[in-house]
Write a protein that binds this ligand. Structure first.
Ligand code: NAG
Length: 462
């Protein structure tokens, strides 16, 4: 009690300064409060560097955001990293994919768990284009109108990938492209991601054919069915603008609106496809470097190189196993994707030049002797009389019909074989429920036999 009174007496000396209204318990705790306040001050001082960095980061991001939105501020610096996003476009969304497409698409998601994955479909593509290119986006209604008017699916698909890459960037891959390696491996370690705006691969490198009337324009190209971009690249917008000009000119030439354009194979390739893409990329590299960048920069390159901010990978990276252009094979370490080509049914919708007797020169697959023979034969054909020409065409058609009949007979045989095998399999499954593993070895060898038969069948169809 003495002590307590003593404390009270001494505290009463400064009590008037606090107005005398503080309850005694708070008065006793004051030193603790002061300590806590000092401690909080210390903490916030110690942490003050982090919030400063965060503010800077947010500011930087919004600058980048504006860069994408403002069509005229394209010259700004790209973000240091490629967006971790995989894009595909297809008729339907991935939950409805058939097995073949699902298997292929999963190679991307499974190898790249850190990436987001999105498929634009025939039902939501226009919404995407309107959102990002309409008045609420970068306000390029001309682009929206052309996209809306287009009916040629392949042109739309080409255009859409460029639009998406311009707005958001990331990696685009056709639906029939399989990932062989994680995307992190697409940029070799010797490069700094901050120095690269775009990653592309050589697909066709056959400059010797440059003078050929049919093969020439397609003899040197980068592929545009798999490529990677940072958002807002001027090359993507220029490509889109070139396509708009091309479509409008074609519309004038054919005297029909864009929605009614008829396009052949070569027009698609040169207008929106690989040739258009290649020309736009080379033009952009030339602008960046201040001199004309030509194809020879990428002819026979032993390894990847960066030109004007574009990382160009060797043929093997995206287009292995073509049997031309020194494309190597899919088992190589540097083979990054595998194009299965099952989605490219569009050549039938957009016919390419097919000689009535000697067929398509593309079937030569860039074999020099084969192309020479085709050129020689077709030139010879041109020198024939109408009568001789007709005779050759009739002979050719007869040979084709005979081959078709053979193929059909073979297909029926194969069908019967498959039915028999399925029946046998069903019988074995019933019996096998008892015996289990023991019955596994025979179907495996039978399956191999069937695979070989299917293989030779498809070869015959070619
Ligand atoms: C969009 O562009 C058009 C001209 O093409 C202009 O008239 C309109 O005001 C613009 N709208 C916005 C929201 O910027």
């Amino acid at each position: 009690m003495e002590k307590f009174h003593g404390f009270k007496a001494s505290s009463s000396n400064w009590k008037p300064n606090l107005g005398g209204r503080l309850p005694r318990q708070i008065q006793r705790a004051l030193p603790i409060y002061a300590g806590v306040i000092l401690f909080i001050l210390f903490l916030s001082y110690g942490n003050s560097f982090t919030p400063k960095f965060e503010v800077a980061h947010v500011k930087k991001r919004s600058v980048n955001g504006q860069k994408v939105l403002g069509a005229d501020s394209l010259a700004q610096k790209s973000p240091t990293r490629f967006p971790k996003k995989i894009w595909q476009t297809w008729k339907i969304d991935p939950l409805g994919f058939e097995d073949r497409d699902l298997t292929c698409a999963r190679t991307w998601t499974q190898k790249n768990p850190g990436h987001r994955y999105e498929v634009l479909t025939d039902n939501n593509d226009l919404y995407y284009v309107e959102t990002h290119f309409g008045p609420e986006g970068i306000n390029r209604s001309d682009i929206v109108e052309v996209y809306k008017a287009l009916t040629a699916k392949i042109i739309k698909a080409d255009l859409l990938r460029y639009l998406v890459m311009y707005i958001e960037g990331g990696i685009y891959a056709d639906i029939d492209v399989e990932a062989l390696k994680p995307i992190d491996r697409f940029i070799p370690e010797r490069y700094n991601e901050g120095d690269i705006d775009m990653v592309i691969g050589v697909e066709i490198d056959q400059p010797d054919f440059i003078a050929h009337p049919i093969l020439g324009p397609k003899s040197m190209s980068f592929c545009q069915w798999t490529f990677m971009c940072k958002p807002g690249l001027p090359v993507m917008m220029r490509l889109v603008e070139n396509i708009m000009i091309w479509l409008n000119e074609l519309s004038k030439k054919q005297g029909v609106p864009i929605s009614d354009l008829k396009l052949d194979f070569d027009e698609v390739i040169s207008g929106t496809g690989p040739s258009a893409f290649t020309a736009a990329v080379l033009a952009e590299m030339s602008i960046k470097n201040g001199y004309e960048v030509k194809w020879d920069t990428f002819h026979n390159i032993p390894e990847s190189k960066v030109v004007g901010g574009v990382l160009v990978l060797t043929v093997e990276a995206f287009a292995a196993g073509q049997g031309h252009s020194d494309s190597g094979n899919h088992n190589a370490r540097t083979a990054l994707v595998k194009h299965r080509y099952h989605a490219s049914k569009w050549p039938t919708a957009h016919p390419r030049y097919k000689h009535p007797v000697y067929g398509e020169v593309e079937k030569c697959n860039w074999e020099v002797e084969c192309v020479k023979m085709w050129d020689y034969n077709t030139a010879l054909f041109d020198g024939l009389t109408e009568e001789e020409k007709q005779k050759l065409i009739i002979e050719k058609n007869q040979a084709d019909m005979q081959k078709q009949a053979e193929d059909e007979a073979f297909a029926r045989k194969l069908e019967a074989y498959e039915a028999a095998r399925a029946a046998q399999e069903a019988g074995r499954t019933l019996a096998g429920q008892e015996t289990g593993v023991a019955s596994m070895s025979r179907p495996a060898s039978q399956f191999l036999g069937l695979a070989a038969a299917t293989d030779s069948f498809s070869k015959r169809l070619e």
